[in-house]
Design a binder for this molecule. Structure first.
Ligand SMILES: [Mg+2]
Length: 214
């Protein structure tokens, strides 16, 4: 039978995302400091830590995602709160009616969420943003699913594409935001949003893989 995980009781996946951002906060600010204002780790940690305090650990994956999304939209300033908030809200809304989440459902929900994130960020692939992680990761998941791979293989494909997308931002020239003002001098540095997006997707892949049954 096809691999799946239970929506009910899977808030711990979202709590693991909060913990991973907390653990990465210094690195995220360091990356942002090279070509941005150096606050990415502080901002992200603020939102994800607040969310971790509000999430009921016994709640469902989709309910926990909703709490995270609301917290990021309401309590993080700047552009990142709404962008990540929209991403997690889209995932939550797509999955809230599912008891068991399989690869097809997750892949479709991830694609919708990546599209919502791309629309709100106003960025295209190649602009040196988190879109360079979220979009190829989502596409790799769906490509694996469509060729018949199991859920765990789809998650591995997603994680690999996320890592490759993150690293690819180093060679790109920023076309949006503060870093774009640096022009060619933005080349040679990783993008901070791409870095946090990779942390999120790597953690999600690992945590969901550990829960798969069937
Ligand atoms: Mg910043």
């Amino acid at each position: 039978m096809s691999e799946k995980f239970s929506n009910a009781g899977s808030a711990d996946i979202v709590l693991a995302l909060c913990a991973a951002i907390h653990e990465s906060k210094d690195y995220l600010s360091e990356v942002d400091g090279a070509i941005g204002d150096g606050d990415h780790g502080v901002n992200m940690n603020k939102g994800f830590t607040l969310a971790s305090q509000r999430i009921d650990a016994s709640s469902s994956f989709s309910d926990a995602l909703e709490v995270l999304a609301d917290t990021l939209v309401d309590d993080i300033g700047g552009s990142m709160g709404p962008i990540y908030g929209t991403f997690f809200m889209s995932l939550s809304e797509n999955l809230s009616s599912s008891d068991e989440i399989n690869a097809k459902e997750f892949g479709n929900s991830l694609a919708d969420a990546a599209q919502a994130l791309e629309d709100l960020a106003g960025a295209r692939p190649g602009d040196k943003t988190l879109v360079d992680v979220a979009v190829p990761a989502s596409e790799a998941f769906q490509a694996a699913e469509q060729r018949g791979d199991g859920f765990s293989s789809c998650l591995s494909a997603m994680a690999e594409a996320s890592e490759a997308g993150w690293k690819s931002t180093e060679g790109m020239q920023a076309r949006l935001g503060r870093a774009a003002r640096l022009g060619e001098r933005s080349i040679g540095h990783l993008d901070a949003g791409a870095t946090s997006c990779n942390v999120i997707l790597q953690t999600m892949a690992k945590e969901i893989s550990a829960k798969l049954q069937g």
